[in-house]
Write a protein that binds this ligand. Structure first.
Ligand SMILES: [Zn+2]
Ligand SMILES: [Zn+2]
Ligand SMILES: [Zn+2]
Length: 185
C-alpha cells in the first residue's frame, strides 16, 4: 500500500489511516466522504437495526426508532441541516418581503401598498435624520401611540430616540433647547 502521510485520512473509530479514496461511499444518491474506514463500516458488533451511516458526517450513528429510507442523516446532522436550510430560506427576498408585509399588517394595520407608498415618499430613508435603515436593516413603522395612526418610517436610532423621550414634543423641545444652551448658541 502506498502511503502519503499528509493526504491520508484517519478513521474516526479505530484511528488507522487510509487513502481518502477508501472512504468514498454513496448514500441516497450522494457521494459521501465517510469518517469510518471500510473495516469499521463492516464491524459486525455495530447493530444495523439501531445505526445508520449518516450521509452528512459519514459516521455510523445510533438512531432512535425504526430506520426507514428517510434516515439519511443522524439526529444532530439532520437538526443542523434543518437549521441551515431555514436560515437560508428566511434570507430569500420573497420570504423577507412576506414577513415584512405580515408584520406591518398585523402590528400596524398597514397594507403592503401603503407601506410601499411611504417608502417611496421617503426615498427609502428615515423621516427624521434622512439616513438609511439601521439596526435590523429596514425602517421601523412609527405610529402615534395615542391614536395608533402611522406617522412615518424611521431608522432604528431615531425610532428609539423619539421613544425614549416618550414621543413628547415638550420634552423633545426641551432637549433641543438644552443642547443649544450647552453649545452656546
Ligand atoms: Zn476504522
Ligand atoms: Zn451525522
Ligand atoms: Zn433616523
Amino acid at each position: 500500500m502506498s502511503i502519503s502521510a499528509e493526504s491520508d485520512q484517519s478513521c474516526r473509530r479505530c484511528g488507522t489511516s487510509h487513502p481518502p479514496s477508501a472512504y468514498v461511499n454513496t448514500r441516497g444518491g450522494r457521494r459521501v466522504q465517510l469518517a469510518v474506514c471500510p473495516a469499521c463500516l463492516d464491524d459486525p458488533t455495530i447493530p444495523r437495526h439501531t445505526h445508520i451511516l449518516c450521509a452528512e458526517c459519514g459516521d455510523l450513528c445510533p438512531i432512535d426508532g425504526p430506520i426507514t429510507y428517510r434516515n439519511l442523516f443522524c439526529a444532530p446532522c439532520a437538526q443542523q441541516r434543518d437549521r441551515a436550510f431555514r436560515r437560508t430560506y428566511r434570507q430569500q427576498p420573497a420570504e423577507k418581503r412576506k414577513r415584512l408585509v405580515y408584520h406591518v399588517a398585523t402590528r400596524y394595520g398597514l397594507s403592503a401598498a401603503r407601506y410601499d407608498a411611504l417608502m417611496d415618499q421617503q426615498g427609502g430613508r428615515c423621516a427624521v435624520c434622512g439616513g438609511p435603515p439601521t439596526g435590523q436593516g429596514r425602517l421601523h413603522v412609527d405610529h402615534d401611540h395615542a391614536t395608533s395612526l402611522v406617522r412615518g418610517l424611521l431608522c432604528h436610532d431615531c425610532n428609539t430616540g423619539i421613544g425614549s423621550l416618550k414621543d413628547d414634543l415638550s420634552i423633545l423641545r426641551a432637549a433641543v433647547a438644552y443642547l443649544e444652551r450647552q453649545s452656546g448658541r
